[in-house]
Ligand binder design. Structure first.
Ligand SMILES: NC(=O)c1ccc[n+]([C@@H]2O[C@H](COP(=O)([O-])OP(=O)(O)OC[C@H]3O[C@@H](n4cnc5c(N)ncnc54)[C@H](O)[C@@H]3O)[C@@H](O)[C@H]2O)c1
Length: 337
């Protein structure tokens, strides 16, 4: 049994991690600012089994007090501003949380006098720090950092702090960089849940540019298992990348969502959802392609994926959103309020 401090545990990926580790019998403290992207609803089934502290990872005094009080064996830093479009419109929160917040978390842990020798800190990051690929090649752990958006630049800065804290202070930190996640409880601003919720409410399905940008999709449960493996089997100072081996063009993903919905939740007028697709002006600096070579995670950590087939995982995800329309209403109302 491990004591884990999870930041951003009320968000999409963090809450999946919390569910997994509660099921495994670990003791969890979640630190989350409950921004528009963080929701107690994401933890509803496990709320009685964890401690939730509502606060920011940028609050040094709070973070230091949590290390003292909770005495974690492990910290997983999921907390972040995570939406590229928001980072283009308004980068400041990304600098605060993704850079200052990461600094605050690692520096307070470094200064924590009673830090146990087995302590580990995992900095959860994204493949977007590597920039974009052409038609061939894949990102891997030694790939040069070339972030293109304010979001990826702020995540890259957090990763570089992690690297420096290991090299300068031997701070026991492990960094993970993962491709695009999909699955239950993703805030409906990201591609897949946005398309599902818009389709169901009869709204347009906005696809950037020509829809040919390629992303590699990984099920959120596989990402979270990988993060835990990195924490427990990984070596401090090392980086591990995770991918889903499912490269798809954005337009193909949206068309597949329409096909699945046509089958499992046909429109009342019996027409397909596909004509709801509209092409909108491309996102500035939109990266063309991401892909991951996760051989290191496979061989060094024993990483395997439960979800081998993206279309099957996508169908299960769509069915989750269909069964949880009250969830979507609750989380989107909070932003509107
Ligand atoms: N979503 C993806 O596809 C993806 C892929 C690779 C890596 N990541 C990384 O995984 C992590 C989690 O991503 P996500 O998609 O779950 O994001 P999310 O936006 O769904 O959740 C982020 C969570 O962090 C919390 N948070 C934000 N600012 C905070 C602060 N200052 N203090 C405390 N909590 C704060 C929010 O309330 C929310 O609960 C991020 O670090 C992200 O960069 C995401």
């Amino acid at each position: 049994m491990t004591k884990i401090l999870v930041t951003g545990g009320a968000g999409f990926i963090g809450s999946c991690f919390v569910h997994q580790r509660v099921a495994a019998g670990d003791t969890l403290l979640v630190l989350d600012a409950l921004t528009y992207a963080g929701h107690k609803e994401n933890l509803a089934e496990v709320l009685s089994k964890i401690e939730l502290v509502v606060g920011s990872i940028t609050d040094g005094a709070l973070v230091a007090s949590l290390y003292e009080k909770f005495q974690p064996d492990l910290v997983i830093n999921f907390a972040a501003e995570s939406h590229v479009d928001n980072s283009i419109a308004s980068p400041s929160a990304f600098i605060d949380t993704n850079i200052i917040g990461t600094y605050t978390m690692i520096e307070a842990a470094r200064q924590w006098k009673k830090r146990p020798s087995h302590f580990r800190f995992v900095q959860v990051s994204t493949d977007e720090v590597y920039g974009e690929l052409g038609t061939s090649g894949k990102f891997y752990e030694g790939y040069p950092y070339q972030p293109n958006s304010p979001y990826s630049a702020s995540k890259a800065a957090g990763d570089l702090l992690a690297r420096a804290w290991f090299h300068t202070y031997q701070f026991p930190i492990i960094t993970t960089n993962c491709s695009n996640n999909y699955g239950p409880r993703q805030y409906p601003e990201k591609l897949i849940p946005l398309m599902i919720t818009n389709a169901l409410s009869g709204k347009p399905l906005p696809v950037y540019g020509d829809g040919k940008n390629i992303r590699d999709w990984i099920h959120v449960e596989d990402h979270c298992s990988g993060v835990f493996l990195a924490a427990t089997n990984g070596t401090p100072g090392e980086t591990y990348v995770f991918g889903g081996h499912s490269e798809r063009k954005n337009l193909d993903v949206v068309q597949e969502i329409c096909r699945i919905l046509d089958r499992v939740k046909p429109r009342t007028d019996k027409h397909s959802y596909a004509p709801q697709i509209t092409f909108v002006k491309d996102r500035p600096g939109h990266d063309q392609r991401y892909a991951i070579d996760d051989s290191k995670a496979k061989y060094k950590l024993g990483y395997t994926r439960k979800y081998q087939n993206f279309e099957e995982g996508l169908e299960a995800t769509i069915k989750w959103y269909l069964a949880n329309t009250a969830w979507a209403q609750a989380v989107t109302q909070k932003k509107a309020a």
